[in-house]
Design a protein around this ligand. Structure first.
Ligand SMILES: *Cc1c(COP(=O)(O)O)cnc(C)c1O
Length: 447
């Protein structure tokens, strides 16, 4: 099955590259032709009064409709809206397992909750260190800190924006218990190397798949390589029920724990007493109904975004002065957004000028992603997690000082990156225009 899928994938990709090289050539003709004929108006930047490179609409559409309505109507026939033994929750779990085949699945209230449940179920606690990415949603580290463990931020690959395995290994100490690999923008991390490191150092490997619904790592479903898969169903993600999450594992050491860590410590299968301390992260049946219906749309959303993001990547491959989003040819990244970097030393402009020029061309570009690496946020700089204090530090269980923490590549990424949205409603012609706009602006500013 996996074999077959990867063959199809390769064929698709080859056809794809062939299709886009023609587009590339066209894009080059478009911007080179005017100078050959002596004209300048066509290459004049829109920000300086020239013509916009993007004339097409990014498209729009509704992400939900009849399928969600039907599922909600079925849900309203039920006498209980509680998750346990709920048919909507059962349907959501079944559909989730078709996307991410893991044995134990717990629905929950958010991606943050999913990761907290994973961390708690893995037995991570007081003073334990968890290595993760400094460029991610804060939800990746909330659960670590609530379990009184210590997030240790490792540096990132300059083009993948994902954990650099060499730097991860460098930051391992005797207290390290886990790695949380964040598949940023839906681009899979280097899971072979991270798994190898986890194995050699006896660490739990948690996959933060919140931005990676439908992604594939070397043909395998995202979330199935590490020990835990954590997904978000928050509104901005590929599929959603407004807010929600799913945590899953096939590990017999942890699997039987995830239900009670998501449900106030109540063990609803074995009927045990309150043996663990946990909070209420339950997802209700109305949310599960919407999420179950949404999962029927996932493959279309994921494959479309993969196709459009890959096209943009091909269009930017030889553009001067920028670093395209680095993805592995045998993976299926699902482009929660597309992010490239500018090389300031190769351009006669800074990021904000580049971004403003792109916006004037009609590209929905925005400079930067999160404001700063997480460790630079005030709550980290002040070590002020619990009423202004951090018990594990006061108790001498960690020497972590976030004011001295450094991830130079992550800092450079946030200073030089530009984000371009990828949505399933866009068409290839629109993406070609976006690619042409980036090429036009980059060429203009190239030294
Ligand atoms: C969205 C997101 C989360 C948190 O998910 P919520 O459902 O918003 O709590 C965690 N990690 C990443 C990478 C995310 O994008």
């Amino acid at each position: 099955m996996v074999e077959k899928r990867s063959v199809t994938h390769r064929i698709n990709r080859r056809a794809f590259v062939a299709g886009t090289s023609a587009a590339l050539a066209m894009g080059m003709l478009e911007s080179e032709a005017p100078s050959q004929t002596g004209g300048t108006s066509a290459v004049k930047l829109a920000i300086e009064g020239g013509e916009k490179a993007v004339t097409r609409s990014p498209g729009s559409g509704m992400r939900w409709g009849d399928r969600e309505l039907k599922q909600l109507q079925e849900m309203l026939q039920q006498s209980s809206l509680f998750y346990w033994n709920g048919p909507q929750t059962a349907l959501l779990k079944k559909r989730f397992q078709e996307v991410c085949p893991l044995k134990y699945v717990q629905t929950c209230s958010s991606g943050t909750a999913a990761i907290h449940i994973a961390v708690a179920s893995a037995g991570i606690g007081l003073g334990d260190e968890v290595i993760t990415s400094p460029i991610t949603d804060i939800g990746t580290v909330i659960g670590i800190i609530y379990q009184q463990a210590v997030p240790v931020f490792a540096d990132l690959g300059p083009g993948t924006y994902n954990l650099d395995p060499t730097d991860v290994e460098r930051r391992i100490t005797p207290r390290t218990k886990a790695i949380i690999a964040v598949h940023l923008t839906g681009n899979p991390c280097d899971m072979d190397r991270l798994k190898d490191i986890a194995k050699r150092h006896n660490l739990v490997l948690i996959e933060d798949c919140c931005q990676a619904w439908g992604a594939k790592y070397r043909g395998r479903p995202i979330g199935t390589i590490g020990d835990f898969a954590c997904f978000s169903l928050q509104d901005s993600k590929h599929v959603t029920c407004g807010d929600g999450g799913i945590v899953a594992t096939s590990d017999e050491r942890f699997g039987p724990n995830i239900q009670r860590f998501g449900d106030k410590g109540y063990d609803r299968t074995r009927g045990l007493g309150l043996e663990v301390f946990a909070t209420n992260y339950r997802m209700s049946e109305p949310q599960a109904a919407v999420a179950a219906a949404q999962l029927t749309r996932l493959e279309e959303v994921a494959s479309r975004r993969y196709q459009l993001g890959t096209l943009l990547g091909e269009l930017l491959a030889d553009v001067p002065g920028i670093i395209p989003h680095q993805v592995h040819p045998d993976d299926r990244p699902v482009y929660w957004f597309y992010m490239f970097r500018i090389k300031p030393e190769a351009l006669r402009c800074n990021r904000s000028q580049f971004t403003r020029a792109l916006q004037a061309e009609g590209v929905q570009a925005s400079g930067g992603y999160i404001a700063k690496p997480l460790y630079k946020e005030p709550v980290f700089q002040n070590h002020a997690f619990f009423a202004g204090r951090w018990p594990v530090k006061e108790m001498g269980l960690t020497t972590m000082d976030f004011t001295k923490h450094r991830c130079p590549e992550a800092e450079a990424i946030l200073e030089t990156c530009i984000r371009v949205p990828i949505k399933e409603f866009m068409d290839e012609e629109y993406i070609r225009q976006v690619g042409a706009a980036i090429r036009k602006v980059a060429r203009y500013y190239s030294a």
